[in-house]
Design a protein around this ligand. Structure first.
Ligand code: UD1
Ligand code: CA
Length: 451
């Protein structure tokens, strides 16, 4: 079945009280719009059309950053959901497959639910996604008669008997695209809101003798976000599902409620995640790796058997090879840490390569930035970098070389060499004790003067 997604995202989101358009507020480190796009991606759509209005340029950028093939159309005035869908007509000219309408502010529709709608479409012209609401509030109501969906009535326009219906409209519909645009043309705005309601297409289809059906999903999936409080609840709901999913997949979370995932975090089986770990976007942790407490990871790949933290920070472009070790208060950025290599204490390794089985001493810093440009540090295999070494990039240290503690390395070190780059030590015999006596005597005099 060929599919076009139409995602409505023109609304301002006044209740967010924000300069940012509502759909660009983030859940698990991705704009909620991207969550909606990801849900729809499960149906492998041929077209994705985003209907943008408020801050359309920013919405378009975010959409195309996620999927460069996404088309963005402008709805200049928000005259209702049917009017919004109508803006996608040109973008889908000649497309004869099915259209699915999603909302950009409803990020949690499950792929399985959309599959269920696609299956129902085989038997019906119009398929609507509904849900049994605990508190139906101001949702549109699905009027079902004899198992068939007869029409959708908006709360404002509903009679008391219709308001008593608990089966509500999620807003998601699936209709053959040509039929959708045809029906929308017939939608008027003679209703309590003076808006063009997408929901009217059900009654219009039935009046033409076409069939309509409701598919239902869990209310949690249709959670819409209208305020910062909703955003907080959505984040919590996402995190709860991500934690449960990780544990189901064989990951140990010692204190699940303290671990935070991004929308795309991948954790392999038998990973152990200690408390208070935060995953930013783009993290993959392979089987059996161990992330210790209070670590922060983003844009990185952690291979099998690696150990990270506690209190480590892995920034984008970090690649940890098997059995490598990143210890406490270590920051790594855009660096490859070889198999079995160790950076155990208080170091910064950025724009670097560290060969297998090398050991980076405490307090080592790759001085990668000269104030204008970034430069690379290359460290070979089985290298020993002494504590508190400054590696002034661009610089390389050959296999099996060593650097003396406290060295400032500004030139390449040959394989097997020992580089010492610090002032030579000078010993003055007996002078330490003498100096100490002088200082004590001076302090005693001062104390006496002061009484
Ligand atoms: C809509 C449905 C209602 C359903 C509810 C579920 C209609 C008429 N009503 O009501 O039956 O129960 O969603 O949440 O469809 N939008 C645009 N352009 C517009 C109008 C809306 O892009 O001109 C977008 C909004 O940004 C939002 C979505 O469409 O993402 C829904 O619009 P909203 O005004 O929130 O619809 P509701 O009144 O909540
Ligand atoms: Ca709404």
């Amino acid at each position: 079945m060929s599919i076009a997604l139409i995602i409505l995202a023109a609304g301002k989101g006044t209740r967010m009280n924000s300069d940012l358009p509502k759909v660009l507020h983030r859940i698990a480190d991705a704009p909620m719009l991207v969550h909606a796009m990801q849900a729809g991606a499960a149906l492998d759509p041929d077209h994705t059309v985003i209907v943008a209005g408020h801050e359309a340029r920013a919405v378009a950028e975010a959409a195309q950053e996620h999927d460069e093939a996404a088309q963005v159309v402008l709805q200049e005035e928000q005259l209702g959901t049917a009017h919004a869908v109508a803006q996608a007509r040109e973008a889908l000219a000649g497309f004869t497959g099915d259209a699915i309408v999603l909302y950009g502010d409803t990020p949690f529709i499950r792929p399985e639910t959309l599959q269920k709608m696609a299956a129902a479409r085989a038997a019906h012209d119009v398929v609507v996604l509904g849900f049994e609401a605990a508190d139906p509030g101001r949702y549109g109501r699905l009027v079902v008669e004899g198992g068939a969906l007869k029409r959708i009535v908006e709360f404002k326009d509903a009679s008391p008997a219709e308001r008593a219906i608990t089966l509500c409209n999620s807003g998601v519909v699936m209709v053959p695209a040509p039929l959708l645009f045809d029906l929308i043309e017939a939608v008027g705005n003679d209703n309590a809101s003076g808006e063009y309601y997408l929901t009217d297409i059900v009654g219009l289809a039935r009046a033409r003798g076409l069939s309509a059906a409701a598919v239902t999903c869990d209310e949690a999936e249709t959670m819409g976000i209208n305020s910062r409080a909703d955003l907080g609840h959505a984040e919590a709901a996402f995190q709860a599902r991500a934690r449960a999913g990780a544990m189901e997949n064989g990951v140990t979370l010692i204190a699940p409620e303290t671990v935070f995932f991004a929308h795309d975090t991948h954790l392999g089986r038998d990973c152990l995640i200690e408390p208070n770990v935060i995953f930013g976007p783009g993290v993959t942790v392979e089987t059996g790796a161990h992330i210790r407490a209070f670590s922060h990871l983003e844009g990185c790949h952690v291979a099998r058997g690696a150990v990270v933290g506690p209190y480590a920070r892995l920034r984008p472009g970090t690649e940890l090879s098997e059995d490598s070790r990143i210890g406490n208060f270590v920051e790594v950025k855009n660096a490859l840490i070889g198999e079995g290599a160790k950076v155990n204490h208080l170091s910064y390794v950025g724009d670097a390569q560290v060969g297998r089985d090398s050991n980076i001493g405490a307090g080592t810093i790759t001085c990668n930035y000269d104030g204008v440009m970034k430069h690379e540090t290359r460290i070979g295999e089985r290298v020993f970098i002494g504590s508190n070494t400054m590696l002034v990039a661009p610089v390389s240290v050959g296999d099996e070389a060593m650097t003396g503690s406290g060295s400032v390395i500004t030139q390449d070190v040959a394989p097997g060499a020992l580089a010492i780059a610090r002032a030579k030590q000078v010993d003055k015999p007996g002078f330490g004790r003498k100096l100490m006596e002088m200082l004590r005597a001076r302090k005693a005099r001062q104390d006496k003067e002061r009484g």
